[in-house]
Design a protein around this ligand. Structure first.
Ligand code: 3MF
Ligand code: MG
Ligand code: MG
Length: 414
């Protein structure tokens, strides 16, 4: 193949992108509660071992692109839009006014704000460490976040505590740290109650996000289950205002089954927000776009959420790969992530309505209809053929994933 010169490369990407077909129109994409993070779109490709590969992108540009793609909702950290020096100063008001203008101009809404408590040097020993000054500053940041949320019309506030843990074993009393962290969440909820009373509006939904490791060696709230325990620990003044933001990859990272973690949050009535991405088990936080690693698992996750009426946001918390250009982030990475999600969502609907899966499920639930239930051997013998349906359902889901239930598309006999 002939070389593709630098000036021909964007055209090639666009031609192949349209050859892929299967894109949804922006109006279709907008029907979903898909939220686009400022930090995902503006990620420059930097990490511990990586120099950036992309140029900075402003919030106004991100919002403009989201509108064009059909991502109707925008999410942000305080630090994505404000430097620490600008926060809680009159400059903050000016910057927020500019963002409000961009959102209005492009018909995009802010759905969630989140507080950065992991990147800045002040969090080196966690936002809930020993020093009262650090915790007082953390409380100010959380209260300020709630103010930003109210101002931008957000419905959710998310907290990923990041460095809430330790590097050096024995240097921290975990019970004390948990109480101190609860004080911070309590401060955010108290601020929220005061602001919503003053504005006669609703309070935010405060969502805790867990991650098993990274950036701290040991974290004291490492999983969604740990967060659910913390919400009901008695340390929070307003547990009814606090739920979880489960992240797909964070549950996979510790070896858990994301679908089961989501199910536990669902039955607790606390699954309010969901960070969608992909990656590998027991590895670091690679933040790959949804469906690129585990599409079958993703199909099953969405079957669960569709079946149980989850109606919260699907937040695209992934990182466009370093090999994708600035142009590629908005032409390929974000639209294809959205479209893979919608395709999987539609397939989940197909699986739920599939006559074969439905009949198999009903048959499994009906059982064999025998009456001598005090005889284990008889119960087993009576049911043993029906259990083959588990594998048949697995095969049917695979067929739906690959479109094979509509006929085989490619046969190469050679
Ligand atoms: C880190 C994360 C975070 C959180 C974000 C929202 C940068 O692994 O997933 O994304 O989702 O801070 O609270
Ligand atoms: Mg996340
Ligand atoms: Mg993450």
């Amino acid at each position: 193949m002939a070389a593709t010169t630098q000036c021909e490369q964007q055209t090639l990407v666009e031609r192949l992108m349209s050859a892929c077909g299967g894109s949804y129109a922006p109006e279709v994409r907008r029907k979903f509660f898909i939220t686009g993070p400022q930090w995902a779109a503006a990620y420059q490709g930097q990490a511990l071992f990586h120099a950036p590969t992309r140029q900075p992108v402003t919030p106004a540009e991100v919002i403009r692109h989201f509108a064009r793609i059909g991502i109707g909702w925008w999410t942000t950290h305080d630090l994505d839009i404000l430097s620490p020096e600008e926060m809680m100063t009159p400059r903050q008001d000016q910057i927020l006014a500019g963002i409000e203008t961009s959102l209005k101009q492009h018909g995009v809404q802010c759905s969630m704000v989140t507080c950065e408590t992991f990147f800045s040097p002040v969090w080196a020993a966690s936002p809930a460490g020993e020093q009262p000054e650090v915790r007082a500053y953390a409380a100010l940041r959380l209260e300020n976040l709630v103010e930003i949320g109210h101002r931008l019309g957000a419905r959710f506030a998310v907290y990923w505590p990041g460095t809430l843990g330790y590097q050096i074993q024995g240097s921290v009393d975990e019970t004390v740290m948990l109480k101190r962290y609860a004080d911070l969440i309590n401060a955010a909820c108290a601020k929220d109650i005061a602001l919503s009373r003053a504005n006669h509006g609703a309070t935010l939904r405060h969502c805790l996000e867990a991650k098993p490791f990274e950036p701290q060696a040991e974290l004291i709230l490492p999983t969604t289950d740990a967060m659910l325990g913390f919400i009901h620990s008695g340390l929070l003044q307003h547990p009814e205002m606090v739920g979880v933001n489960t992240e797909y990859l964070h549950e996979l990272m510790w070896g858990g089954a994301p679908r089961a973690a989501l199910a536990r949050a669902l039955v607790a009535g606390k699954l309010w927000h969901f960070d969608i991405n992909d990656g590998y088990r027991l590895k670091h936080d690679v933040d790959i776009g949804v469906g690129l690693v585990n599409p079958l698992d993703w199909l099953n996750v969405l079957i669960l959420l569709r079946a149980h009426g989850y109606n919260g946001p699907f937040n695209l918390d992934y990182k466009p790969p370093r090999t994708t250009s600035n142009h590629g982030v908005f032409q390929v990475s974000l639209p294809t992530a959205v479209d893979r999600f919608i395709t999987l969502w539609e397939m989940a609907g197909e699986a739920i309505a599939d006559p074969i899966i439905s009949e198999a499920t009903r048959a499994l639930e009906a059982g064999a209809g025998i009456t001598n239930i005090n005889d284990a051997d008889a119960v087993f013998e009576a049911n043993k053929e029906i259990w083959t349906l588990h594998e048949l359902i697995g095969h049917r889901l695979f067929q739906i994933l690959l479109g094979q239930h509509r006929g085989r598309l490619f046969v190469d006999m050679n």
